[in-house]
Design a protein around this ligand. Structure first.
Ligand code: ZN
Length: 199
């Protein structure tokens, strides 16, 4: 479990990434870190992209319905506008931002803020998702979470799309996706959607 760094001479300002497939508890972990920072008396800004409207416009809500107050932003730059008075900036569903989010996170960390981002590391085709691989490269701390494979019970690292929709981004939860291990993910793509392998 991630423990906030307390080192003699520790400078403030760093980037933490929480990544993994769907249903691996990324948002729960983000909320846990936010709550601990709040208990410690720190001011926290929580953001998510406007397009993620699955549950609520003004709250970050995990699949188990835990919620914290958040703001929905149009793009990465808008986060800078709101971040001035806070010590901690938490960003959920970070895979939906464009590459500018990487520079925004670096800028915030340089200004002494703790930046916590959570998002999918791979898309439904198991390709690195948007800006997340770049965030992993520049982060001080990385937490990779696993779900449980719905087929065999092994650790799940992949988000398997149950429908044959081909768009890169299709919002949804249990009705559209399930967590799978590497083997069950690839077997599913071959058996259910032979065409997916062709690309
Ligand atoms: Zn499996």
């Amino acid at each position: 479990m991630f423990v906030e760094p307390v080192m003699p001479g520790q400078r403030s300002g760093w980037i933490e990434v929480i990544c993994g497939p769907m249903f691996s508890g990324k948002t729960e972990e983000l909320i846990r870190r936010v709550r601990r920072a709040q208990i410690a008396g720190q001011r926290v800004l929580i953001c998510k992209p406007k397009r993620d409207t699955r549950y609520s416009e003004s709250e970050v809500v995990s699949h188990d319905r835990k919620a914290v107050e958040s703001i929905a932003v149009e793009d990465a730059r808008e986060i800078l506008k709101h971040s001035e008075p806070v010590q901690v900036v938490a960003i959920d569903e970070v895979q939906f931002f464009d590459y500018e989010i990487v520079e925004v996170c670096r800028h915030l960390a340089l200004k002494g803020k703790r930046v916590i981002v959570a998002g999918l590391d791979m898309d439904y085709r198991a390709r690195p998702f948007g800006p997340v691989p770049y965030l992993l490269a520049v982060a001080e701390y990385i937490t990779k979470l696993h779900a449980i494979c719905k087929h065999c019970g092994a650790l799940a690292t992949h988000s398997y799309r149950l429908t044959d929709e081909r768009e890169d981004i299709v919002l949804g939860a249990e009705e559209r996706y399930e967590p799978r291990c590497r083997i069950c993910f690839h077997m599913g793509n071959i058996l259910d959607f032979g065409k997916r392998e062709e690309q």
